[in-house]
Design a protein around this ligand. Structure first.
Ligand SMILES: *[C@@H]1O[C@H](CO)[C@@H](O)[C@H](O)[C@H]1NC(C)=O
Ligand SMILES: *[C@@H]1O[C@H](CO)[C@@H](O)[C@H](O)[C@H]1NC(C)=O
Length: 393
């Protein structure tokens, strides 16, 4: 009797391992690997750097094959990007979506751990091409359908990242709501993502908010430094940093739209170490302070005041300074690392050293990890089958 109950309970737990919810993120810390520069290290060296620094979660803004090859067998968990320029085509041509996913995702699985596809970046609420807003849902649907057809929908999670441009209000956090003209596109998107178990992906830059509002926002509040914070009367919650407040404004907007259970993850945040004359807070000191405090904040594995149990997950922007990006100057100086692979400032990373001493200790391929995860799912499947036979007999 007791054994039977235990077994039944075990069977109830099994869907957690095999269910539709794809886990695209390990731990709490990830990074964006932007590549708008021709002087940054090779993808092979980048893979070595990331492994040496123990940064496992990585986002790229396209599906560059040299990167996908270099990450093969490294154990790095990668989210690839479908560029905004392809959204309309993917929306109107399901067969193009299928080809794109085949050539840029399926072809590299399972050796390259592609865990997600970000369909477009900051499409809603931004730019001047409103037809992209209209096409986004169709593109997401067709890309998702392609992963289903190719039977990789259980390893690759579909999402899209949003800027602050989708919100009408974010202050105080409990007043967070989406813009009216965004809502008609946002709502069906959120309906689909909540069915797929995908999170809401937020790009949040306290640097930009503070830069646009220097008299009202205390720089220490933006930098996670000691400050008196703000009190959200409506929610009865106190905030001591702006990033938490931006995330909770997003949770409030999701609740207002009827999506109380959707998780928010931060797909971009960062602080530039250099900027134009009208960007006086873009300094090495502030960039070090923000990124160092952010790392400490994430290492605590905590949620936000509104969602204390939802451990915060963040992809920092960005890995390298990218000198070929357009103005303002701050855009080109978000890198934790300079173009030559050395650190921009010290937050506990060591950077690429000219001697290969640091990286040669590591095995070049994460073969053990791969074998382990494969045999793990085999064992679980076998257990499930045996138990089903046992219970039915
Ligand atoms: C899914 O994709 C396949 C192959 O491109 C296509 O034949 C099918 O109509 C699509 N289904 C949906 C629901 O979009
Ligand atoms: C923002 O909210 C206000 C108050 O509800 C409303 O009047 C205004 O039209 C909204 N603006 C947008 C862009 O949604």
């Amino acid at each position: 009797m007791k054994i039977c109950c235990l077994l039944k309970r075990f069977l109830l737990v099994l869907p957690i391992f095999f269910g539709p919810n794809v886990q695209a993120f390990t731990g709490t810390y990830g990074i964006n690997y932007g590549r708008i520069a021709d002087n940054i290290p090779s993808p092979d060296d980048v893979a070595k750097l990331l492994r040496a620094e123990k940064i496992k979660n990585v986002r790229i803004f396209d599906a560059d094959h040299s990167v996908l090859k270099a990450f093969s067998g490294t154990g790095l968990e990668l989210v690839v990007g479908l560029p905004n320029g392809l959204i309309k085509d993917m929306s109107s041509n399901p067969d193009h979506a299928l080809t794109w996913v085949k050539e840029n995702v399926q072809a590299f699985l399972p050796e390259t751990h592609i865990r997600g596809i970000a369909v477009g970046n900051e499409v809603l609420g931004g730019g001047d091409d409103q037809s992209q807003w209209e096409a986004l849902l169709g593109a997401v649907k067709n890309i998702y359908n392609a992963t289903k057809v190719l039977q990789i929908d259980n390893v690759v999670q579909i999402s899209t990242a949003h800027s602050q441009g989708v919100f009408n209000s974010t202050y105080p956090p409990s007043s967070g709501i989406f813009k009216e003209n965004v809502m008609q596109y946002m709502k069906p998107l959120l309906e689909l993502f909540s069915q797929l178990g995908s999170p809401f992906c937020l790009n949040a830059y306290p640097f930009i908010a503070q830069k646009n509002n220097p008299s009202e926002i205390d720089i220490n509040y933006a930098l996670f430094q000691p400050n008196k914070g703000i009190y959200d009367q409506e929610a009865g919650l106190h905030y001591d940093n702006l990033l938490d407040a931006q995330i909770d404004a997003t949770y409030a907007a999701l609740e207002d739209a009827g999506f109380k259970k959707m998780e928010v993850i931060v797909t971009e945040t960062g602080w530039p170490s250099h900027g134009d004359e009208n960007e006086p807070t873009a300094t090495v000191n502030n960039a070090r302070t923000y990124n160092s405090n952010l790392r400490k904040r994430l290492a605590k594995k905590k949620g936000t005041p509104r969602r204390p149990k939802s451990v915060l997950k963040v992809y920092v922007f960005a890995l390298f300074n990218e000198y070929m990006k357009p103005d303002p100057t701050s855009e080109r100086n978000f890198g934790l690392f300079k173009a030559d692979g050395s650190i921009s400032y010290d937050i506990g990373f060591s950077g690429l050293k000219s001697s290969s001493a640091a990286s040669s200790i590591l095995p070049s391929k994460d073969i053990l990890g791969r074998c382990w995860s494969r045999s793990y799912s085999l064992v679980l499947t076998a257990c499930a089958l045996v138990l089903l036979l046992f219970l039915n007999s």
